[in-house]
Design a protein around this ligand. Sequence first.
Ligand code: ATP
Ligand code: MG
Length: 393
Amino acid sequence: MNDMILLKQGELVLKGLNKRSFETRLIANIRKALAPFGEFDVYAMQSAVYVEPQSPDCDMDAALDACGAVFGVNTVTRAAACEKDMDAIFDTAARYLGDELRSAASFKVESKRADKRFPMTSIDISRHIGGRLAEAYPHVRVDVRDPALCVNIEIRDTAAYVHGKALRGAGGLPVGVSGRAVTLLSGGIDSPVAAYMAAKRGLRLIPVHFASPPYTSELARRKAVELAGILSRYCGRMAVETVPFTRIQETIGQSCPEGLHTVIARRFMMRAAERIALYHGCGAIVTGESLGQVASQTLQAMTVTQECISLPVLRPCVGLDKREIIDIANSIGTYETSILPYEDCCAVFTPRRPRTKPPLREVLEAESGLDVEGLVGEALEGIVHGMDRTGYK
Ligand code: ATP
Ligand code: MG
């Protein structure tokens, strides 16, 4: 039996002229996701993507799981391929879905005939195979309205395919089709969720983490790197850019009014992130900010935070409350790592009473005494790229 994986594209099929390039990207992303699980042939035909193992030692369960996490995949199912012949189709359905047919209360057969040269209509195919399956499994009732099991038969150009229920895939658009963005990854709960949601809309991400050693530990940085690793299942492999932030924070701490420390620090983050973004050809900066969650996330604080840059700031969590963010963090597997108790640099010089409505005029005045360009330039020179090199002892 030819066990394979059948994927249906989601929004992709709607994209008309871009369809080809979207499809190419989707296939490249699927190939990358499958690389650890054996050798597979991946190709698209008639709005479906076929994943065929090329050797018996391919890990099909892991491959199914990995395919389901690729953005742009709407549904995913294991399927059996067979000859386009009614006996072969019946045998395959009985063998492949026999266990499910034995335990289901009711079933129906649904057929699709993409190959119009096939001599029977889809209704005839369903009737014929349905009748034979009903005979072979007499205790399972035929129910065309609301069956417990749907036996799907697809007659395509090269072969017939039989499969049961398709599982929901990750949805969204293939990573890369919407361009690139820098994503600010703190190590908290929100920013990995924001990165996931941005990637879901087709953005390829470059994660940037700000570290303030010795106030923040190497463990805090490793946590951000680990989160990027978990996200790579959805976003593709990513190398974290770690920006040394100590001198900026110390300088702000020494010379700016305490209530403005956070917003000024965040403006420096934005400046550095924008420089990294432009270097990598990114069109946006993604953050895990939500609205009103903390003092630095009021509308006024956000406006002042982004005032010093021109790239748009995307905040995918803005419409979510904490519970919803935690639900997503759990479902994508980042929550447990996010709650590890390593301090973030934002917590280092937290003002006792942060200004919730920092006036831009006061912020600019406070910054006028700083060598902004020099500080940003120095931080960028100290960037540590990638997973294992550590920039500090
Ligand atoms: P998170 O749960 O993502 O840490 P938060 O609720 O703690 O967010 P803030 O500390 O105000 O909120 O940070 C807001 C956003 O700024 C974060 O979601 C992240 O995108 C970015 N950010 C904060 N600290 C860092 C950091 N050390 N490195 C990179 N980005 C950061
Ligand atoms: Mg945080």
